[in-house]
Design a protein around this ligand. Sequence first.
Ligand code: SF4
Ligand code: SF4
Length: 266
Amino acid sequence: MIGDVIERSLRQRSPVIPVEALVGNCDGSRMPEIVADRLTEEVARKLVEVCPTSALGMYELEDRRCLRLSYGHCIGCGKCADAGQGAVVVARNFTRCGVAKEQTVRLWDIDGRAEMTPLAPSPEEARGQIHSLLQRALNVRQLDAGSCNGCEAEITALTNPYYDLERFGIHFVASPKHADMLLVTGPVTRNMAEAVKATYEAVPAPKLVVAVGACGCSGGIFAGSHAIVGAVDAVIPVDAYIPGCPPTPAMLITGILEVLRRRIAK
Ligand code: SF4
Ligand code: SF4
């Protein structure tokens, strides 16, 4: 009987999602994408009004009126897409994962109806470099600094047979002493601040720190609460940010690979 089970499972196709479908994919995260040629001042004002986390804002820059979108503050609520009259769509591809803080912010010239921020690296570029990036194993220690556990649920999914993070040689480890990278979720609560600092100190250099989720990037929906110290970078140095509330497993993998790419390029 056990022979039948083994034979049947060997005949089945692997459920693992191919790398090509993974890197840059943000399905399910509801990250917004601005359609520049549909942008008007009236629409921009409406977007700023409906955004619950001030991820969207309007600014004057060199006499130009601009719409600013900070993905680090965005919780993917979808309100801007509902109110945007076609000027906002839900993104299918998202490459601002694993990037520096300033790269999580985009800016559009409202009157010129054009984006003013430089383009992020394309998913194709990252896909092509994956094998050279992962020539050795990467050990990751996940640290919950006060999250709602939404981000943890997505991180846990990374190790299931569908996403199979281990195939990239990326492993989760129990001790910060064995880690190359700290993946920190949640806003840092006052109770956890010392533990976050101690964990950071315990990771051997050279270490990488990645702030995960809107909470890790900006404090998210908890920003301003008396119970938190702030985002992760209020407590320890952060190398890169992965937005989303929560980021999907594909966004997490894209972000981790992008961090490695940037480190190797240095
Ligand atoms: S999806 Fe993000 S940018 Fe849009 S309204 Fe919600 S929080 Fe604001
Ligand atoms: S970013 Fe969203 S899912 Fe992640 S800890 Fe914060 S509230 Fe929870």
